[in-house]
Design a protein. Sequence first.
Length: 319
Amino acid sequence: MKRVFVLALALFLSTVAFAADDFPEEWLTVAEKSDFRATSTYDQTMVYLYRLEAAAPELIRVTDFGRSGQGRPLPLVIVSADGAFTPESAAATGKPLYGVNHLAGHALTPRLTDDVAYPYLMLLVSGGHCQFLIVTGPDGFTRMGGTIDDAPGEAFDKIARLISLPQPGGPAIEQTAKSGDPKRFAFPRPLMGRPGCDMSFSGLKTAVLRTRDAVVAEKSGLTRQDQSDLAASFQAAVVDVLAEKSRRALKSANPRPTSFCVAGGVAANAAIRAALQAVAAEFDVQFIAPPLALCTDNAAMIAFAAIEQSELRGPDDMT
C-alpha cells in the first residue's frame, strides 16, 4: 500500500492530505474506540491522532503548529480546504497532494475505526447532508436516496431556535428531550407513504413552528416543560423517519451490505443511534457508529480516505 504523510494548517475541517508510499496495514487496527477517554471532542481527536502516531511513527507526525484563536494547539496533521492551504505549500514539502471530498471521509470512517468489509450501507446524516450510500470501495459510492430539502442537522438547529434553545441545536434538543413527552405533540413523519429512501424534514419543521405558535398563543409563552415536550416530540419524529427509511434501504440494497453504518454529526444523537442499531438487528447485520469525536468533520477521517484512495489514483495536479 502507499503511505500518507499528513501535514496540516488547521484543526479538523479538512479535505486534503499528502501521500508517499508503503503505508502498513497496522493503520486499520490501531484506532480502538476505548482510546477515547478524553473529555472534549478536540482532546478525543488528538488522542486518536497520537495513537496513530505511536503505532506508525515513521508515517504519522503530530505536533503543535501555533495556536488557534481559542488558545488550542493546531495539530500538524491535515491540510485545511478552507483556503488556508495552497498548492505552493504542498510543493514545498516535496509530497504529492491528494484532495479528498469530506463526504468520502465520513463514508470511509467505518473502515478506519472497525475495518469494515465492503460493501456496506452508510447513512450519512449531518447538518448539511442526509443520504443513504452503498459503499463498495474507496471511491465507490452509490446513492440510494436522501433528503429532498432540509438535512436533519439543519432541522435540529432550526427547531432549537424556534423553542429558544442554544446552538448547536442537536445536543440542545437531545438534552432537553430527555425530560419531555415524545407523544404530547403528534408531528408528521414526512414521505413515509412514498416508496424508496428519500426523506423530507422541511414539513416537520413547519409543523413544529405552528405548534409552538399555538402553545405560545394559549399560554403567552413556553414553559420549560413545553420546550421539553416539543423537543422530544420533534426528535421522535426524526428517529421514526430515519429508522423506517433505513429499513427500506437495507431491504433494497444491492449488493447486500455486510454492515449498516452511520456517520456525520447527527450520528452522535443517542436516540438515533439506538433506533438504527435496532433496525440493523432486524436484518441481522452489524451496526457501526463512529466514536463521538469522529462523528463531525475531523482530520483523521480525511487522512484515512486519502490512504484508501491513493491505491486507486495518482495525486492531484498542483497547478
